[in-house]
Design a protein around this ligand. Sequence first.
Ligand code: ASP
Length: 585
Amino acid sequence: MTATSMRTDRAGDLRAGDVDRAVALCGWVAGRRDHGGVVFLDLRDAGGVVQVVVDPDAATGLDAHTIRAEYVLRVEGTVRHRPEGSTNPDLATGAVEVAARTVELLNRAEPPPIPIGERVEADEVLRLRYRYLDLRSERLQRNLRLRARVNHALRASLDEQGFVEVETPMLIASTPEGARDFVVPSRRHPGSFYALPQSPQLLKQLLMVGGIDRYYQIARCLRDEDLRADRQFEFMQLDAEMSFADGDDVMAVIGDAVRAAVVAATGREAPPIGRLTWQEARDRFGTDKPDLRVLLEIVDVHEVLAATAFRAFQAEAVRGLCVPGGAELGRGRLDALIERAKGLGAAGLVWMRVRDGAELDSPVARHLTDDERLGIIDAFGAQPGDLLLLVAGALGTVASVLGALRVEVAHPVDPPDLALAWLVDFPLFEGLDDDGHPIAAHHPFTAPHPADRDLLEHATGADLLAVRSRSYDLVLNGWEMGSGSVRIHDPDLQARVLAVLGIDESRARERFGFLLDAFGYGAPPHAGFAVGIDRLVAILAGEDNIREVIAFPKTQSGTDPLTGAPSGIDARQLRDLGLSVIRRT
Ligand code: ASP
């Protein structure tokens, strides 16, 4: 399947079973070793690398000594076993080599400005500027191929489950996903702008009103947000929506698709996907995206210390972690943990080494009563040799600090396995805005939890923050893989939620009146989800940064050193668009 009119095989595909075959290969020179007479070339193509031996006595069409790195060659020759002692078990083709009969120069190459295949992080801008060279590295080749398999598996799974792939436009009106829009000025309507989609959210809901029943798309989404290791301006989502269905249906469909992607990427069976409520996740793991490969759980010791005389523990929350065997940690490491906890926002961190006879070795031990000491050891189920780490303070801070420490103090997971979980029953709102209105945690079309409808009707201000939603997230190894929800399809309920959010009718009409109109024409109950493909692929590829699984990513500051984006446009384009640029000084 990989043969063309120019080659019989891919270099990297050759194995011992190919010995004695006459082959024609095309590729780049990944390395060259001149051993006096004989020249050894590493020929690289999309399949990998194979060693080519060019014997000057053999008639070849080119002086092998003039060949340089990254020259493009076509080699004809015969596959043979490598001589005893020179096989390379680290290379897939390491048992064989190709004895060249002819070497044809297809193209010369400038000396590469970046080492191909070697990573020096400081080189990031340079590497992105020559991304096409970095793409030749084994790592990016492997990642992009893995990504293609993941996309294929996701598509195949949804196709099989009766979903219809529908493409939605890139030039749309703003969508309410909560980030800044990228906008595109309209030439035909000067002063008006399109927004690039933050997601196809409203359009997929319209597709449900339109009777498509089950929609999906591998959709490009754009959000003008600060970039991080798991965030680029543009990202791909497996976006899906289904009618006459609820959250369980969506979780089943998406769970199947993601598990198929895991199999396609890793060749291993995907683990089952557990389920946790948001509250449980906050209590046990201190975060709504817990890394469930880490077994440590947060323990609440507030009750044990309810009457404590020790001031530092007289707080809204006192919780902690028990690190098995952690009593061995030295003072240096413990001081570093205290600094880390402070950096995360805690007032401090209390450590306690558990000793034989239920003794606690801790700077605060003398402030605690015997009952308190025993109560703490008991609450953690701690054994001699364990280390306890306690944080006291406001509940939210205590949870988030311990949530972060929990992962940092755990032993690295080896081999890295996959822990998938659904998080359900999120709050409908996350905090209040400056006007005292709650802020939608997901988006304004997410249905409230049926048990909290009354609360939604009658509560005001901060009391509204207790309303739960019918939304759900998928979490993988501590990363949020995506989110979704059951949507509101009842116009009255939608009007109520918008009112609570402080979006008055005229603003609602202006922003998404078309959706509200559509809901007046028989919207089916519907629910959906979007999976972040870049993150999923990064984790499956074992990468920490999604840049490593994107062909042409942007730098941390949002530039593209390769094409020069973003760049100015000329005066005529500006005039056509009715724009003038105000330079900020
Ligand atoms: N549109 C949402 C998002 O991009 C996902 C969804 O609710 O389907 O996060």
